[in-house]
Design a protein around this ligand. Structure first.
Ligand code: GNR
Ligand code: NI
Length: 172
């Protein structure tokens, strides 16, 4: 297991679409374990593989509050197969855009189809933070960031701030 470095805005890799996982190999199992370790270390509630520079449709999530009662979840090739009409707004953050937050409106509940590490097809219905988080992570698999759901003014402001910081070799 290893903690891998996070990809930070404005790194162009965050805009790449990720590829289907294909067969569940040892490489995929190691990737998923490294993602969990990197996510817990950050700490964050979710992580998409592209955030450690890997263009595969792998997501890890743990929305449990208690770090002594972890609930690690691994989603391979997750897809939203149903979304509620009802929306909810959540103040989102992203490990690839450190210390920046913004309110995003998304479906309140979603049904997600995915494969587990044994390659078995699964479906779950998610609400609350898990629903918000899985939608945020599936966006990452498509090269979409939560700032894309904000006004152009807010998005341009944060991108500019991170571009400037990167140029100077600093944190934003
Ligand atoms: O740690 C994270 N917290 C979070 C809070 C609100 C909505 C989404 C998230 S996901 C984020 C980790 C991350 O960047 N995942 O891609
Ligand atoms: Ni994110």
């Amino acid at each position: 297991m290893a903690i891998r470095p996070l990809v930070i805005l404005p790194d162009a890799r965050l805009r790449l679409p990720s590829e289907p996982v294909g067969p569940v190999t040892d490489e995929i199992r190691t990737l998923a374990q490294d993602m969990l370790e990197t996510m817990y270390d950050a700490p964050g509630v979710g992580l998409a593989a592209i955030q450690i520079g890997v263009t595969k449709r792998v997501v890890t999530i743990d929305t449990s509050k208690d770090e002594n009662a972890r609930e690690p979840r691994i989603f391979l090739d997750p897809e939203i197969v149903w979304a509620s009409e009802e929306k909810r707004v959540y103040d989102e953050g992203c490990l690839s855009i450190p210390e920046f937050y913004g309110e995003v409106e998304r479906p309140d509940r979603v049904r997600v189809r995915f494969r587990d590490l044994e390659g078995r097809e699964q479906e779950i219905e998610a609400d609350g933070l898990l629903s918000t988080c899985i939608q945020h992570e599936i966006d990452h698999l498509n090269g979409v960031l939560f700032i894309d759901h904000l006004s152009k003014l807010k998005r341009d402001r944060v991108v500019k701030k991170f571009a400037k910081a990167a140029k100077r070799g600093e944190a934003a």
